[in-house]
Ligand binder design. Structure first.
Ligand code: LLP
Length: 379
């Protein structure tokens, strides 16, 4: 990626830089590969809620996937049609449910029987009907980091298969509930498509089971989770959307009028974003050379939280001879490390570095730990 480095020199670091041209290209490719009247993409707003990033997604006509009342609010404020909003989350509060009902969202992705009862009661009290999908925990291993695996029996998400009949029956019986379908999300950063094929087979099995009971669904939602190439973002700036959508096209048996919904987050926005930071000090330790940068885990939490690695580049002086550094942040935590034994063109005080593939779960997971300022953003 080429960075407008002359522009960066005058900006206060750290900040997120978004390449909207790459974002538009990514959206267009996803839309091309999902070109099927039954397919509907709801962008997972948790990945990045920056209004500048949301604008091209809105222009593409996509819906939104939310996991909090404030996310629903952000979606509405950024011009997304309420009917295109789906709302998941294991712990929706009464206030959040009431707000979503008043906004007229398209669908609640319901994660438990007690939640279904509460949504029904709150909808009844308002004299409205809530459209819901039941989030099913299909017990499929996504083979990803254990913190971002969601579809196993041991995970807190969704309704387990043993209780599904009971919850479906209840949803059909409750007066203020319109059951539209089943929802799934097995995990995030999946680079192998096989778990998605397993998911399709599981959904086919479930649909057959319910058809046998005379129950059919208007919609199936398979969540998100398509991974990206963190190691070599320039080789794969746009994820393999074709392989992803084809898995569902080829393996999922959809009924004639059934709609298929997707909730893509990371794959849409990760590669267009970089965290730009400045080297504060180069410090020579006993066995190590540390590059201490002005971005920390408060700006980009993924390395500290998941041991994730974002490619680091010296964008000020890519031509200098390579040296070895541990690239660390300023925060008082030993996990505030972005890379160990990184081979980088020589760094000095003031050098700008880019932490790549940071467009997803970067800015949205930033905090004010150590009372630091939140990172800024430019496009
Ligand atoms: N749908 C549901 C119900 C989800 O929980 C998620 C993500 C998505 C869709 C979007 O998944 P994606 O396409 O972005 O993989 N903070 C972690 C990722 C957490 C994902 C949470 N759920 C990270 O930085 O890797």
């Amino acid at each position: 990626m080429k960075f407008p480095i002359d522009r960066f020199d005058s900006l206060k670091t750290p900040f997120y830089y978004y390449d909207l041209e790459l974002l538009r290209r990514t959206i267009a490719e996803a839309a091309r590969c999902a070109d099927d009247p039954r397919f509907h993409i709801h962008y997972a707003l948790k990945a990045n809620a920056n209004p500048l990033v949301l604008a091209p997604i809105r222009e593409a006509g996509w819906g939104i996937d939310c996991v909090s009342g404030n996310e629903v609010k952000a979606a509405v404020e950024n011009g997304f049609a309420p009917a295109s909003i789906v709302f998941a989350g294991v712990g929706k509060s009464d206030d959040e449910i009431n707000y979503a009902l008043s906004a007229g969202i398209g669908c609640f992705n319901v994660e438990s029987l007690p939640e279904l009862e509460v949504i029904s009661a709150l909808a009844s009290a308002r004299g409205v009907t809530a459209t819901v999908a039941l989030r099913v925990n299909p017990n499929i291993d996504a083979h990803t980091h254990r913190y971002i695996t969601t579809g196993l029996n041991e995970n807190k998400f969704g309704i387990d298969l043993r209780h599904l009949d009971e919850v479906v029956d209840r949803a059909l019986a409750l007066p203020a509930i319109a059951l539209s379908g089943l929802h799934f999300h097995i995990g995030s950063q999946l680079t192998d498509m096989e778990p998605y094929r397993m998911l399709c087979l599981k959904i086919n099995e479930l649909q057959e089971h319910f058809a046998g009971r005379g129950i059919t669904f208007d919609s199936i939602n398979v969540g998100g989770g398509l991974g990206i190439d963190y190691n070599d973002p320039d080789a794969h700036p746009v994820p393999d959307f074709k392989a992803y959508f084809d898995i569902f096209r080829d393996n999922l048996k959809l009924g004639d009028s059934q709609q298929l919904h997707f909730e893509l987050g990371r794959s849409v926005v990760a590669q267009c974003g970089s965290l730009i930071s400045r080297v504060l000090y180069v410090k020579h330790g006993v066995e190590k050379q540390f590059a201490i940068i002005d971005a920390g885990m408060s700006d980009l939490l993924r390395p500290a939280l998941y041991g994730a690695h974002h490619k680091i580049e010296n964008i000020s002086n890519p031509e200098l001879p390579v040296e070895t550094y541990d690239v660390v942040g300023p925060i008082c935590e030993s996990s505030d490390v972005f890379g160990t034994d990184e081979h980088l063109p020589r760094l000095q005080r003031g050098s700008l570095v880019a932490l790549r593939s940071a467009g997803a779960y970067g800015e949205t997971m930033a905090s004010r730990y150590n009372l630091r300022d939140l990172p800024g953003s430019v496009v």
